[in-house]
Design a protein around this ligand. Sequence first.
Ligand code: TA6
Length: 293
Amino acid sequence: MKQHEIPGRVAIIAGNGSLTKIVVTTKTSAAEIYAHGAHVTHFQKNGEPPLLFLSVKSYFAPGKPIRGGVPVILPWFGNRDGEPSHGFARITEWQLVKTSATSDGKVTLRFALPEIPGRDAWKNLRTEFVVTVSDTLTMELITANDGCEETLEIENCLHTYFQVGDIGAVSVHGLEGAAYLNFAEGDNGVPRPAENFPIRINRETNRTYIDTASTVEIHDESLQRKIRVEKFNSHSTVVWNPWTTQKLPDDFDPAEHQHMVCVESGNVKQNRISLAPGKTSTLKVILSSALLK
Ligand code: TA6
């Protein structure tokens, strides 16, 4: 993979758990991506706190998902009996197939999901993930059905963990007026009516908003920062914080709930994608931040 290094822009090193880590440096930002799961674990604009949350207790091991950053969720969202939660893409080693840097310092990485032994049902799903680092972070999850007979039913999601200064000083804007399915505190997809005010998080929160293409903004009064989550070809948005009540594996310290919120962009549940033979679907997310005036 070393052939993809670009002096001063892209370095490839052994990261946590000796997993391959691609370190990106631009004129205005820095980022880190693991080949394991094509997982963006760090993005930071110069002079700002990190934009992404990464658990201090995260696993970095084959077969285990990294806790934080941007888990690539495919080809299903959530739990499936006898299957890895949130699909197999995030626990698979992706191939870095191309890197490039422009004169204005923007860096682009292209990853490909290799064929996975024993996953014959998905052998026709060709998947790439393109990450573009500048003063914003752009991610595109490209899925194509290379088969000629069957339609593939897939769910996709960029399950982004955002760093916040204090969850008690955070409000999530853009989903006012959208109904959602509640999965918190023992609910399992209970329909809830739209609320006409921004979301504040003061308990376990796990909401799947269906049929919404809205841009979402996270207002962080503590860090005086506004994070913008712009999405394209995504009809679902998930807002999640486990608080101290949701039981998670030991790769997350319950106290860390104070410094993270997930705003996840994808196509899940009723918004799953029916990918016909020969068709391609691209989920795109642009993350940006600014001072909260
Ligand atoms: O997106 C919210 C969610 O589905 C929660 O229910 C919680 O399970 C979270 O994803 C994390 O899932 P993971 O499998 O990464 O522990």
